[in-house]
Design a binder for this molecule. Structure first.
Ligand SMILES: Nc1nc2c(c(=O)[nH]1)N[C@H]1C(S)=C(S)[C@@H](COP(=O)(O)O)O[C@H]1N2
Ligand SMILES: [Mo]
Length: 527
């Protein structure tokens, strides 16, 4: 046997298959410990950014608890009381540390430690994905942790004292350098874990705050959708979009964490008196509830970046009037807690339409991804110029003085919504059975309303579709069209006419710079 007992710094060393000397046990164990710390640190960092429940340590702990036999669990609670979690995590820490040392020891001759780390990491990944709240992205923290851990292990083990062929370097400087590298890696691991925890805790605080958030009672609730809304056609877009399927568009890599108690809205700039409002200040003001359809400028013809919800909020016109908008101002530059900005015409906020500082969506507080605790909603304007989520600042200014986020990136400064219509049924490339069939979809031209929708089959005449009742000019409108489907391949076209009598243009335009245009078509087979 060529291996010799080793204390980490002695002269005699074992050799790997290539004949290179391998590091001592203490150094190798240290490499394993730091690599494991790196796995957890990086995983915590990304769990904090993605979802605290995606933490492999926390998930594994929860899995352990779930699979602990009841008597053992009761015994633990009896013995340790409220410290039971601390004891659990401490025991997990000890087991992890032992495994980590084993990884380091295994890594000395060949990357067996790295291989075991990958296997253990993937097992933890499976455990994480099996948690009840898990989504596929929950795999990201642990997978990135594994990568960071393997890199750390390989990096450190090849620099451990005695691991490299003798270069004439004396043992001591190389050991000192190794210890510096180990300490550096440990600091990175601990720093990542701390950062991840901090971010995660802030998001937890917001979630807890949201659960306690009491919606203001609007003076008048939004009217119920009139009878005839939601004609029973499978596949047709629902009139009111549920919060969890409402499209989401923003530039936030991480959702801004703003609690309703920390939240402030400052209104300043070209105003008579600057004001700052807290959520309690808002609560003393009358709230309203309005149904408003939101649309994204990036929506392609036939796309689904539009949704309709009941918003509870405070009329922006009232808040601006409190501050007193100077007559020469024409833009309100709204800023989000994460720095996003939108430039909205003062006229759209004060001309009597239901422009809201919204705090409620479909009867619940705003979901965090939709702007909790407060956002703007302005009928008739694309989201990028009006719908600032996590809004904290309104600067009254002028279009010739200020430029908003997307305007600086080549999009139009003003973004009124263009008339659009969409075919939902039949689905793309569907096969339809011959005979009576119902074609259906939605059309929108917020704040102008939809007056008519027409449908064309192949190159035939335009035929009027049946419209569901109009809720208001600020909401989309569902349409249906009965058709006796004849066998063959067909193309269906749809176009809408807005409340001002203008027919939707056939002219194709890209979303950049101010919204797509063109008629939505759909091809399908009747057979
Ligand atoms: N803070 C912030 N607010 C924002 C955005 C953003 O990137 N950041 N995007 C806007 C755009 S482009 C749209 S279309 C709407 C989308 O709102 P939703 O995600 O609630 O559907 O939010 C608007 N508000
Ligand atoms: Mo958008």
């Amino acid at each position: 046997m060529q291996e010799t007992p080793d204390t980490g710094g002695t002269v005699q060393r074992s050799r790997d298959p290539a004949g290179r000397r391998t590091p001592g046990a203490i150094a190798a164990g240290l490499c394993g410990l730091v690599a494991a710390a790196m796995v957890l640190g990086i995983a915590e960092l990304f769990a904090g950014l993605i979802d605290p429940d995606a933490s492999p340590f926390v998930s594994t702990g929860a899995t352990v608890v779930d699979h602990t036999p009841k008597p053992v669990r009761e015994f633990a609670i009896e013995q340790f009381g409220t410290a039971d979690k601390a004891v659990l995590f401490l025991s997990m820490g000890v087991v992890t540390a032992l495994l980590a040392v084993v990884l380091g020891l295994l890594e000395r001759r060949l990357p067996y430690g790295s291989a075991l780390l990958v296997v253990l990491g993937l097992i933890v990944c499976v455990l994480v994905l099996q948690r009840p709240t898990a989504t596929p992205v929950f795999a990201v923290p642990i997978l990135l942790g594994i990568v960071a851990g393997v890199l750390t292990l390989r990096f450190l083990i090849t620099r451990a004292p005695g691991s490299t062929p003798a270069t004439g370097e004396s043992a001591d400087p190389s050991r000192r350098r190794f210890l510096v590298l180990v300490a550096g890696a440990a600091v990175v691991a601990a720093g990542s874990a701390a950062a991840g925890r901090w971010v995660g805790e802030r998001m937890r605080a917001v979630t807890a705050d949201l659960e306690r958030f009491v919606l203001p009672r609007p003076q008048v609730a939004a009217a119920a959708p009139p009878p005839g809304t939601d004609p029973p056609v499978p596949g047709l877009t629902e009139f009111v979009t549920p919060n969890d399927t409402f499209y989401r568009i923003d530039t936030a890599l991480r959702i801004p964490a703003v609690t309703s108690t920390d939240w402030r809205l400052r209104i300043h700039g070209m105003v008579d008196r600057e004001i700052e409002l807290t959520m309690d200040d808002l609560r003393r003001r009358p709230a309203v509830e309005k149904m408003i359809t939101l649309t994204c400028v990036s929506n392609e013809v036939g796309g689904d970046l539009a949704g309709n919800a009941r918003w509870i909020g405070y009329p922006l016109a009232d808040l601006l009037a409190e501050a007193g908008v100077r007559p020469d101002a024409d833009m309100v530059l709204s800023t989000s807690a994460d720095g996003f900005t939108a430039g909205t015409p003062v006229s759209a906020l004060t001309d009597g339409r239901n422009a809201l500082l919204a705090v409620g969506m479909n009867g619940t507080p705003l979901p965090v991804e939709h702007g909790y605790p407060a956002r703007m909603v302005v009928p008739g304007l694309y989201g990028y110029v009006s719908a600032t989520k996590w809004v904290v600042d309104l600067e009254v200014t002028r279009f010739d003085k200020a430029e908003a986020y997307w305007t600086r990136r080549g999009w139009s400064a003003r973004g009124p919504i263009k008339t659009a219509s969409r075919i939902d049924v039949p689905a793309s490339f569907a096969t339809v059975t011959p005979g009576p069939t119902v074609v259906a979809g939605v059309a929108w031209a917020q704040h102008r309303g939809i007056a008519a929708v027409e449908v064309q089959v192949d190159e035939g005449p335009w035929q009027p579709a049946e419209l569901a009742p109009e809720y208001s000019s600020d909401t989309w409108r569902q349409w249906t069209w009965r058709w006796d489907a004849v066998p063959g391949d067909h193309t269906l076209r749809v176009r809408a006419t807005d409340g001002e009598g203008r027919v939707q243009t056939e002219q194709r335009a890209d979303p950049v710079p101010d919204g797509a245009t063109g008629w939505h078509t759909r091809s399908f087979r009747v057979r």
